[in-house]
Ligand binder design. Sequence first.
Ligand code: SF4
Length: 356
Amino acid sequence: QDVLIEVRDLEVCFDIKTKKLFRTEVQQLRAVDGVSFDIRRGETVGLVGESGSGKTTVGRAILRAIDPTDGDVIFHSRKRDVDLAHADAKELRGMRKKMGMVMGEGAHSISDMAHDLLRAFRPRMSLVFQDPYSSLNPRMTVRDIIAEPLIAGGLMRDRDQIDQRVREIAARCKLNLEHLRRFPHAFSGGQRQRICIARALVTKPDFVVCDESVSALDVSIQAEIVNLLKDLQDEMGVAFLFIAHDLSVVAQISHRVAVMYVGKFVEYAPTDSLFFKPRHPYTKALLSAIPQADPDATFNPMRLEGEIPNPLAAPSGCRFHTRCPMAQDICKAKVPEWRELAPEHFVACHFADEAE
Ligand code: SF4
């Protein structure tokens, strides 16, 4: 099928400095460790895991908002393929500007970071942040916020053309002309997220990372935003990487779902396959934490004990062995292989066949 983004053996490490009494120690944190997957044109891939699992780092490494330490991120554009992980400054200039100013000290608030990121990406990739309150510049009108990526990316210069495009995407995101004249503070959380989505999609990108984009919203508003994203995908053919910690939300929008634990993918499968035939004990535990609507439904909840381990001291072998009810001796000693157990259903567990 038509692959848009191909991620191979992606690794992202950070140096973490800890101050001891008379010295500073530097430890290497492996936030993403050997992740491989692909995203097809026009599909939504859900990425779930507890906080600290590395899912946001995967999204940002694909966009090169963070430099990967190793691995490849191939962006198959209609004209040619670009390896974003290894692209030099000249190649990246068309896709993004230097990110030091975005992620580093120059970015003093999330709205500045969002502003810089959206200026940087032209026009093929974009992102929607989690917090619709702090990711919009309070000093700009909604019209100017949505128009910003078009102007900063040099895609349009003519004011009438820009206004027309802004009105078009605003209408698709259910914002009217009156809304465009106002400032962000006049809007509720759900409306602000519609503004963020309009801003991300105004350049008609091929790929958008939605980083916990509905997590801060009420459940009813979450459903509205999820439906809006689905409608926009149908109309525009955009692919989403939908990052969330809530599997029930991910199920509503994703064609395929990846589950992440301490920097590694543990399962990746088509949504139905993952929900009805989960193979990894961690996925089963996440699924059994979803509240059941039917009071007569019988199911055996699988409770997860303890916290997600500190990635600076990741457990040996299978990283889930410290919390897994099925763990055996081999799990501590040997890293489980990433295997395809059913068509497109990948899992990393020594006993995945039995888990079914
Ligand atoms: Fe559990 Fe072992 Fe499978 Fe890891 S490899 S998920 S510890 S059974």
